[in-house]
Design a protein around this ligand. Structure first.
Ligand code: TZP
Ligand code: MG
Length: 217
């Protein structure tokens, strides 16, 4: 097991990059979030060439260092190219058993799920965590679907034994209820990368998450 897998047990805020929405750019967002205490970063890039992605992923890996898990969204080839800590994939991406065979047992694989049955199947097939999506309606991902609401988080959490990361429409105002309803960690893309101060926004989110989960701040 990579040492990084242990960090999955103590996640709070989870940064997903979005160069289309970012005010100051992906590298700046990662730097500020990690400086604020974020311990997991997912490089999600839909608009750059593979060459650009490999170069940027390599820089993000350096910023994450030993402090933060570094995952690549969808692109197993890019994750392998830079020796990232793992990938995050969706239901329509590379099947998880094939992703695991390519990446090996040590790498982290997160899988997006939308309901209990997908979550149970994700755990059975070897996912290290699930991303439960979308909790609220969101404009950030056009095909995300309708928000499932915070009550569903509990049902998914109670059905599996791997961490549940909530995503979709989450911000400082509603993140407490997301954690109180059982999420281990949460993503807030637009709330963070569209803010003027990514570091402060991340610090404030982490403080609310820690207080809502009963962890000492
Ligand atoms: N996957 C499910 S919802 C979503 C992704 C990538 C977008 C979440 O963005 P925001 O701005 O936090 O609603
Ligand atoms: Mg995907």
């Amino acid at each position: 097991m990579t040492g990084k897998k242990d960090l999955l047990a103590v996640l709070d805020f989870y940064l997903v990059t979005d160069s289309g929405l970012s005010k100051k750019g992906t590298l700046s967002d990662v730097q500020e979030a990690v400086a604020a205490g974020c311990r997991i970063v997912q490089y999600r890039e839909k608009n750059k060439s593979t060459k650009e992605m490999v170069a940027e992923a390599s820089q993000i890996k350096s910023i994450c260092g030993a402090d933060a898990i570094f995952l690549v969204n969808d692109r197993i080839d890019v994750a392998l190219a830079v020796d990232a800590d793992g990938v995050h994939i969706g239901q329509e991406d590379m099947p998880i058993d094939i992703a695991r065979a390519i990446l090996g047992a040590d790498k982290i694989i997160g899988l997006t799920v939308h309901n209990i049955s997908e979550a149970i199947e994700a755990e059975r097939s070897g996912a290290d965590y699930v991303g439960l999506s979308p909790i609220f309606d969101t404009a950030t991902k056009s095909d995300a679907g309708t928000g499932i609401g915070t009550e569903r988080i509990k049902d998914v959490k109670n059905a599996i034994n791997i961490p549940v990361v909530a995503i979709g429409g989450i911000n400082k105002q509603n993140c407490r209820s997301v954690i109180e309803n059982g999420a281990d960690s949460l993503v807030a893309i637009s709330a963070v990368v569209c803010s003027d101060d990514v570091k402060r926004e991340t610090q404030e989110l982490i403080a609310v998450i820690k207080s809502a989960s009963g962890r000492i701040c």
